[in-house]
Design a protein around this ligand. Sequence first.
Ligand code: NAP
Length: 285
Amino acid sequence: MSVVVTGATGQLGRLVVESLLERGYPAEDITATGRDTARIADLADRGVTVRRADFEDPESLREAFRGADTVLLVSGTELGRRVEQHGNAIQAARGVGVGHLVYTSAPRADETTLVLAPEHRATEELLAASGLTHTVLRNGWYNELSQQALEQARAHGAFAGSAGRGRTASAARRDLAEAAAVVLADPAPHAGAVHELSGDTAWTNEELARDLGELLGREVRYRDLSPEEHRTVLAGAGLDEDTVEFVVTLDRNVRDGELAATPGTLSKLIGRPTTPVVETLRGLL
Ligand SMILES: NC(=O)c1ccc[n+]([C@@H]2O[C@H](COP(=O)([O-])OP(=O)(O)OC[C@H]3O[C@@H](n4cnc5c(N)ncnc54)[C@H](OP(=O)(O)O)[C@@H]3O)[C@@H](O)[C@H]2O)c1
């Protein structure tokens, strides 16, 4: 069964390819794609086919997907362009007769107020309308995104936000990549499924501060700000207006519990507990 992975030049996609190889999936049945293929030249050395595929270039997508039984569409990074880009990938997959498309979406994309969800929701709708056999992996928050809290804690003994006592059920990128590899290796049982994938444990920023304190061997405090105070701090740190609004909205989403669900589907898929946030941060130290 031949598998094509988009976004393999990025962090999640590469980990998916690595995970497929670790599981014994034949390298000759894997095609790794992205725009900047120089970053995955080492995968070619290991027998993986490497092809350039740009979501803005439908012909490159058709070429990359031709002959694939399964395609993993890793959501892109260009906010505001992604619905069209993902639509190009879905159309290309349909056009060349891909058997099964797996898409990395966002938690409860169909009903959440999460600031990032609308493009994922629209992509899921395109997928449903495409008639393609598909699986949606609604990936939760990455542990790695707490690296900034780690760095602030290390430098100042404190980090700040406006998420209140909201909880985040984050997981390591590697956990989510492994789940994708499990599905790609045997997609049929997952046809039509929407998997909500999140960490086993949902933590508050106060709990993260306590864990960071233990990790760093110093006192670490979480300073909870009002959204207005948070805006002022972020703008003072030099962030542009759109980014400030994005970060503050995201913290409101966390406060509202939009990233807190712990259905346990991810650990079930990968057959082990998910990686606690502090373990991922220990690895980043
Ligand atoms: N769950 C979360 O916490 C979370 C957090 C951040 C992002 N995400 C989403 O999850 C995705 C994967 O995360 P990641 O950490 O692996 O991100 P990443 O390291 O930034 O990788 C993004 C990948 O998307 C590819 N890409 C972007 N625009 C493209 C285009 N026009 N055509 C083809 N490929 C394109 C990039 O390819 P090139 O570099 O070769 O162009 C890269 O391989 C992200 O793209 C984003 O949609 C999720």
